[in-house]
Design a binder for this molecule. Structure first.
Ligand code: ARG
Length: 451
């Protein structure tokens, strides 16, 4: 098998080295982008007069043939090759692809530049795919909120009952997170510049103008000449930004999963997950486990690990390209897969969730949920807040020590706390619908997704 770099070597590469340095088993995911990059590169070479019309045509045909094979699923890279770039080069050299014209393809190009272009292009495609998955997930959240639009549940802070909230407000919190996630992905997308002309690290002898290429309109992006070749071949910021955007999505999905896992417990009893989205136990016949949600939570650890791993790989690297950088790809591919798969399974899981409205309603009987509303009532009747807070605190304490519910307390008892309190007023305040309606501070907003 011919290497891209065999000339100066007098001994064959040791088999352990071949094995150790190889990346073809994973970087074959870049095959399509490698061909697209080469299609752009042959235009550069043609403009420069480095390829004859016929050679250009042979290379174009060969590259399109490989793209067709990728599309059809018949492209099977030989695992013995070092990486996808070497394999595509060697395939093109074969008769029936580009033949001897392929010997000119690597003119004024280095894999250092090539791999950056390929990986950036891959990121662009995957970022758009992830955004689509995010939209479907947001739609799932929105529909769930609509399905249970009238449900009110206890809101929590510190995992303790806090104040009643409308269920759609809860769903919308996660929609809002996902909207920021989407914006973040689009910012990462916009930050990615596809460039050529960096060579190994110093640029090439061809004029910058040749490296301006218009690519397929679906990308809304063109290839432009690099402005600094040393930066370009050693930059992995775009991967780190991407991994960070994906890790943040994972964090959000993990928090939702955690809530749903808790809600599905006997102790909470807020929600029932569909059988189709749960798994059982091999020993305990009664079990219906939220494994999907647990895996989403668990995978988030790997998303963080992938981000940290590339940050650490990069931190001590001298300028410019170093082979360490090859290790950016597995974490990148892995993180995209995790986030896309998680979103894909979460959207239908949300469609199939049932809220146990009666159980939720019972939790709303907890009078402590309305303590803030009681204080607000006093404040609205001119009691200074600090004093109101103190007084309602005393009322809660009285309930706890006497064992009498606040709603059963007589006027006489309540008025000892504050003359503005009465049995009737308390009855009025202990009302989840009223409590929710009384919150008027939130501004309406337009959601960016199409429900
Ligand atoms: N497979 C390599 C990578 O992903 C391609 C670049 C190789 N460049 C080199 N100078 N060895 O980084």
């Amino acid at each position: 098998m011919s290497k891209l770099w065999g000339g100066r070597f007098s001994k064959a590469t040791d088999a352990t080295v071949e094995q150790f340095t190889r990346s073809i088993h994973y970087d074959q995911q870049l095959a399509k982008f490698d061909c697209w990059g080469s299609l752009a590169h042959i235009h550069v070479l043609k403009q420069a007069g480095l390829l004859k019309q016929q050679e250009f045509h042979q290379l174009q045909t060969g590259l399109n043939k490989i793209l067709e094979m990728i599309e059809k699923g018949t492209f099977k890279p030989e695992p013995a090759f070092e990486d996808i770039h070497s394999y595509i080069q060697s395939l093109l050299e074969k008769p029936g692809f580009a033949g001897s014209a392929a010997l000119k393809l690597h003119t004024c190009r280095s894999r250092n530049d090539q791999v950056v272009l390929d990986t950036k292009w891959y990121c662009l495609e995957q970022l758009l795919m992830t955004e689509k998955n995010l939209l479907a997930y947001m739609k799932g959240l929105h529909q769930l909120g609509q399905r249970y639009a009238r449900v009110i549940m206890p809101g929590f802070t510190h995992m303790q009952h806090a104040i009643p909230v409308a269920f759609p407000l809860y769903c919308d919190a996660f929609i809002q997170m996902a909207e920021r996630d989407e914006d973040r992905l689009l910012r990462i997308y916009n930050n990615i510049q596809l460039t050529m002309g960096s060579g190994a690290l110093a640029g090439t002898f061809l004029p910058a103008a040749f490296y301006s290429q218009t690519i397929h309109p679906e990308w809304e992006k063109d290839i432009s000449p690099a402005t600094n070749s040393m930066d370009t071949v050693s930059d992995r910021d775009f991967i780190i930004e991407t991994l960070s955007g994906l890790a943040i999505i994972g964090m959000h999905l993990s928090r939702l999963s955690e809530d749903l896992i808790l809600w599905a417990t006997t102790e909470f009893g807020f929600a029932e997950l569909s059988d189709a989205f749960c798994t059982g136990s091999s020993l305990m016949p009664q079990k219906k486990n939220p494994d999907v949600l647990e895996l989403i939570r668990g995978y988030t650890g790997r998303l963080y690990g992938n981000l940290v791993s590339v940050l650490v790989v990069m931190k001590g690297l001298p300028m410019t390209y170093n082979r360490d950088m090859q290790l950016d790809k597995e974490p990148l591919f892995d993180s995209f897969r995790i986030v896309q798969d998680s979103l894909k399974v979460l959207a239908p899981l949300l469609d199939n969730i049932q809220l146990k409205e009666d159980h939720i309603r019972k939790h709303l009987d907890d009078e402590s949920l309305y303590a803030t509303d009681m204080a607000d009532y006093l404040v609205q009747n001119n009691v200074p807040f600090k004093q109101a807070h103190q007084l309602i605190g005393q009322l809660i304490q009285l309930k706890n020590t006497s064992g009498t519910d606040i709603k059963r307390m007589e006027d006489q008892e309540l008025k000892k706390i504050h003359p503005l309190l009465s049995h009737k007023i308390i009855q009025d305040i202990l009302n989840p619908e009223k409590s929710v309606k009384a919150k008027k501070s939130l501004k309406k907003r337009k959601t960016s997704f199409h429900a």
